[in-house]
Design a protein around this ligand. Sequence first.
Ligand SMILES: C[S@@+](CC[C@H](N)C(=O)[O-])C[C@H]1O[C@@H](n2cnc3c(N)ncnc32)[C@H](O)[C@@H]1O
Length: 155
Amino acid sequence: MDISATAIRWATERSEGLDVRFRHGDAFATEGSYDLVYDSGCFHHLPPHRRIGYLALLDRVLAPGGHFALTCFTAEEGTATPDADLYRQSGLSGGVGYSPDDLRWIFQDLTEVDLRRMTEEPPDSPAFGKSFLWTALFRKEVQRTDAGVRQAEKP
Ligand SMILES: C[S@@+](CC[C@H](N)C(=O)[O-])C[C@H]1O[C@@H](n2cnc3c(N)ncnc32)[C@H](O)[C@@H]1O
């Protein structure tokens, strides 16, 4: 899903022959329940106050036991400007850079499965890999109640 029609067009062109469905729209308007949510490069473009809505979105659409995967800027690639100062300047200087502890704090309601620097891939590689990005995997836990009903850990 992407809010940019151009991005959807490029993705469609590049995925010829693959069984992929692209959707043009605002990720924040996503409905439904998903076992896997993968954010490739969107989160770091959000201003700090939108993290609240982002967490609410994840809480809503990630099924209990589901996984959330994230690719975002490290603090070397994105801006290291403190959150409060981002509102004194215009724009996010290309994107917000995060530290592993920032990500652990923001996604503290999820269980960390993996959080590491992405492996750099050579220019001729068929795979994408840039070491200035974090790649992370979190899980939304399920818990069994006394009644034996499985439900999300957080309401
Ligand atoms: C760095 S690009 C990553 C593009 C692609 N996902 C990739 O991995 O190559 C960030 C993308 O996030 C999209 N985006 C920003 N806000 C969005 C939103 N609210 N809903 C859906 N897409 C959004 C932008 O249009 C842009 O294409």
